[in-house]
Design a protein. Sequence first.
Length: 269
Amino acid sequence: MVIVSAFKDGFTALRANPILFVAGLLVGAGSQLQYVDHLIESPYLSAGVSLAWLIVFPFVIGGFIGTARAAIDGTDASLTHFFTVARTHYLRLLLATVVFVLLVFGTAIGFGLLGFILGIGTIALAAIHEMAAFAAGVISVLIWLVSILVVIMFVQFYDTAIVIENASVTDAFRRSIGLVRSNLRSVTGFSVAWLVLLNVFFIPEYLVQLTMTDAGPADVLPIELGIPIGVLLPIGIVLSAVGFAYFYTVYTAYYMRLIAASTDTLDSV
C-alpha cells in the first residue's frame, strides 16, 4: 500500500540521514517565532520576525524536499545539496506559496459570504424552529470548513511538483490537482492520517497558544499542567523539529510513489 510504504520510507530515510533533523529544527524554531513578542513585549519585532519567516519558509521547504528526495533515493543528502536545491527553486516556491495562500483565503472568504447569507436565513428560521436553525448553522459551518480542506487537499502537492519535477508555478498546481483527482481515495486517506499524526507533535505549541489567551490550558484540559511558557517553547521547538523532519519526509516519499505509480500506469497503457 502506497500510504504505509511512504511512512516506512520516511522512517528509513530519516534514520540514515540525521541531517534532515537540522532542517526540521529550522522549521521548528521558525514556527515558534510568532510568540517572541510575549517574551520580549515587542509586537513590532514579532510582526517583523513573522513576516521574515513567511519569506524564508519557501526556501527552507524547498531545500528540505530536495534533501528528503536525495535521502529516499540514497544519494547526496547534505547541507550543500539542501542550499543548492533551495536556491534553485526559491522564487517559484515563493510565488506558488502566495498563490496557495490566496486560493485558500479566497475559498474561505467566498464560502464565508455564502455562510453569511445562509445565516440571515437561519435567523428567520429561528423564529419558526430553533433546532432547525441550529442544525442549519452547523451545516453551513461544516460546508465552509470542508470546502477549505478540499481546496488544500487538491493543491497540496504544488511544492513537491516544483522541487521534484521542476514544474512551473501553474504546472505545479495542475500536476497536484491531476494526481489527487486520479488517486482521490489514497490521497484522502493519506492526508487525514498525515494531518492527525503531525498535529500530535504540535500539542506543546497549542498549549503555548492557550497560555497566551484569556482561556488558559486549565480551561480546556481537566488538569492544571503548571508548565511555564519558557519550558513549553523549547519543548515545542524540539517536537516541531522532529515532527516536521519525519512527516515532510513521508510527504515527499508519498509524492514520489504517486508519480511513480502514475508513470507505471501510463507505460502499461
